[in-house]
Design a protein around this ligand. Sequence first.
Ligand code: MG
Length: 418
Amino acid sequence: MISSRRDFIKSTLGAGILAATPGCFRRENRPKTTIAQLDQAAAAPVLKTEYLPSPVEIASVELLRNGQNLFVRATSTEGAVGIAMTNNARMSFLYPILVQRVAPYFIGKDARDLDALIDGIYVHESNYKLQGLAFWIPVASVEFALLDLLGNMAGRPVGELLGGIVRRDVAVYRANNHRGKTAEESVELIAKSVAETGARAVKFKIGGRMSKNADFPPGRTEALIPLVRKVLGDEITLYADSNGSYDAPKAIEIGRLLEAADVAFYEEPCPFDYLEETKQVAEALTIPIAGGEQESSLRRFRWMIHNDCVQIVQPDLHYFGGFIRCIRVARMAAEAGIPCTPHMSGSGLGYLYMLHFASCVPNIGPYQEYKGKSKDIPVTCDTSSLESRDGVVRIPSGPGLGVDFDPDFVRKAEVVTG
Ligand SMILES: [Mg+2]
């Protein structure tokens, strides 16, 4: 059996994604990076302001609600507008943080200073004490709207403002969660989703989710891993996610089954903040370990990268506070020769943010998570169908986020007050 880690690198290189950093993901075979180099990579400016010669004073940042949908509208004093969906599921209870603590900070500031504003809001009135997705989702939601505003003003897609466009199309995978079903039932549903999307990669869930080694139902994972490979064949790329199910010894045992099935990455083998245990698992196995979707600290990402705790970092564009902070993680990962494949939350327009991240970040890895176009949010896009065709989604290339909200939907929304 070819080493999964080597295989993953091969497919990554095949996609031309990490061409500048060949070699195994194991640290001894990657470019030697110091803490200082990682810090330097993270500190480089992200937002390019060359297309925006004059100050863009922020006049208002509003949270709007239409039915279950919550979105942010930012306007400049000159009347430019940006609109972005939030993470509906979380914002339904986090809205006071956005309205009371986040939005007011941005008023009167120059949106071109967004890098500094994202750092500023973190320390403003001791907001750092709230750090976690409860704080960063509101920040991310405002950042997305401001980037849409700036992109609209510049007449350029957000990827152009965030470093420059490196690709127009993204190969995607669908994540499957069939915990509670038998291995046989699960694999049938996984095969169905692969057939529907035409994707050449798929992720499946193993273990019981933060379950201290308990499976759901018992024995499912050991049966499922070889079965998925057998049923889907040798050509498809498989990813497995345990959602922090195991302690280190059990995670290693399960990891060996994943290696035998040539699974290309193993996500959150241990609870997300069990960093020492995750590192032990990474050291014992050859399969690349992926993690970081719950992470809220840039410094802990630096630790995870520098200590070879994970070989694929997965910041979430909502949970980690938006594009600028996630790009800082991606740049540290690039420095260390590993991919940054974002986790995708926010089933509403989460995929749209993933697409724009992929548009401008070189080291995203071969496949990105895609949950399908959301039917309940009335957006149109004239540069992409926003749907997967043969496992590939075209990235919108119009100004800002590249989508237009139905004006009626926006007009009928109510401003949310905290
Ligand atoms: Mg996960």
